[in-house]
Design a binder for this molecule. Structure first.
Ligand SMILES: *Cc1c(COP(=O)(O)O)cnc(C)c1O
Length: 456
């Protein structure tokens, strides 16, 4: 069958804003040609992020009504802890309000100035939390990930040889822990194989360095392993996830991704003395350890969501949806990063707009064209987000000019994605008319959120 059957039916609806081109042009100009500054009400299909934007199930909503809001030792906490332990088997589990809160506690308690944390690809909040305490965040992506178009599987893997060299040079004294991000979000949502994780663990064990999983998309990663890694086609996603976590000494998690919830996260570890430090800081900044900044009902929604994310029918539908859009774009000649990731498709804006250079911000031009054409909101991951400036103020371009279309979980149907494909196709045909943009106003840090642009 060619039709994707969403493995759910809809029992509550939310109206989509259907807008006119003239409104979209007016709204975009008022937002300084930066889609971050648009009202969400002006957006028809919002693919800005997959974080916290998912639709909860009837089982999650039902569980929320059972939320126990006791300050300490609530029933909802027990349920949350039991579920997280069932999946991860970590000894100590701490709820947090988001993934970055878990990262902050980990970085603040374990790192000192001058320390180094290797990762296959640090997410921006992970990097920021590590750098905030004076440590260095180092990316060790696999060599295969450098080629945007190669069809290699598991392009999210860590470069084990580079890790070995780093450990030999710096030793465990400078490296309090190593991280591995599944799937590698900044690397295009590409998966990490169990084989790679095992090899990373072996190298770390030799030096006595613990491994922490950034587990935001652990269930999507498990599905890639089931589909593409030899020996796992008959293994359940829960068992694959357990095997992933069995290789680690702890984890940070944003429940806004594979927790299928709108808010939440957790921090976990096996080491008793780490747990004491985590608990003490958690109480100071998040809340008592049995709620960690979340309502009891949020803990309930996450407990149900984590297990739903591991249902094979759900993952099969989610991956089929991403692949469906990717295949349609490839067939129309639109340049996208291959293979498609687990949660997003990345358009190569530089190849899309060969008439523009990096300093023309082709990613901004493409994002804005998608919005004007059909009210689709994507995000630039190019020289606006990752570009730097030389001391003399000159722009230093990012290595790639990408535009990400992130897929919220269980929100849009196949017809919505047919519409998105049509919008991209229209923009692709008219790509020669995508203008260069100049920045007219920008902040010194994280400028992509608030910068204002002008088309030439
Ligand atoms: C989203 C994300 C985080 C941070 O989680 P928040 O809940 O947004 O704070 C960390 N790592 C990765 C890989 C992520 O995708």
């Amino acid at each position: 069958m060619q039709t994707i059957i969403e493995p759910f039916r809809i029992k509550m609806t939310e109206a989509l804003p259907i807008t006119r081109r003239s409104d979209r042009e007016k709204n975009l100009a008022a937002a300084g040609h930066n889609v971050f500054l648009l009202d969400a009400d002006a957006v028809t299909i919002d693919l800005l992020t997959d974080s916290g934007t998912g639709a909860m199930s009837d089982r999650q909503w039902a569980a929320m009504l059972e939320g126990d809001e006791s300050y300490a030792g609530s029933r909802s906490w027990r349920r949350f802890e039991k579920t997280v332990r069932e999946i991860t088997n970590f000894r100590h589990i701490f709820p947090t309000h988001q993934g970055r809160a878990a990262e902050r506690i980990l970085a603040a308690t374990r790192l000192r100035t001058g320390d180094i944390v290797p990762n296959n690809g640090h997410f921006d909040t992970t990097r920021a939390n590590i750098e905030y305490v004076g440590a260095r965040a180092i990316n060790l992506p696999s060599p295969e990930s450098q080629d945007l178009y190669s069809e290699t599987r598991f392009k999210g893997n860590m470069d084990v040889a580079a890790l070995e060299r780093l450990l030999a040079r710096e030793g465990r004294r400078r490296i309090p822990f190593c991280m591995i991000t599944v799937t590698n979000n900044t690397g295009g949502g590409q998966p990490v194989s169990l084989d790679n994780m095992r090899r990373v663990k072996r190298v770390l064990d030799k030096h006595g360095v613990p491994l922490i999983i950034d587990a935001c998309r652990f269930a999507e990663n498990a599905f890639f392993i089931k589909e593409h890694e030899a020996g796992y086609s008959e293994t359940s996603l829960l068992d694959i996830a357990r095997e992933m976590f069995s290789l680690a000494d702890g984890a940070t998690m944003s429940a806004k991704k594979d927790g299928l919830a709108n808010i939440g996260g957790f921090l976990a570890c096996n080491d008793d003395s780490w747990a004491v430090d985590f608990r003490n800081l958690l109480i100071l900044t998040e809340g008592f350890p049995t709620y960690g900044g979340l309502a009891g009902r949020d803990l309930e929604a996450i407990a149900v969501g984590l297990m739903e994310a591991l249902e094979a029918d759900y993952q099969r539908y989610r991956h089929a949806t991403v692949e469906y859009v990717a295949a349609a774009l490839v067939a129309r000649g639109a340049p996208i990063v291959r293979p498609a990731g687990g949660h997003a498709i990345f358009l190569d804006a530089a190849a899309f707009c060969p008439h523009l250079t990096a300093s023309d911000f082709p990613g901004v031009g493409l994002v804005n064209a998608l919005f004007v054409e059909g009210g689709v909101r994507a995000v630039e991951l190019g020289s606006v987000m990752f570009g730097t400036r030389a001391p003399d103020g000159a722009e230093i371009a990012a290595p790639h000019e990408l535009v990400r279309l992130a897929f919220p979980r269980r929100v849009y149907t196949q017809s919505h994605f047919d519409y998105v494909i049509e919008v991209i196709d229209q923009v692709f045909r008219a790509r020669a008319s995508i203008p260069a943009y100049r920045i007219v106003e920008q902040a010194p840090f994280l400028r992509h959120f608030t910068a204002r642009f002008m088309p030439l």
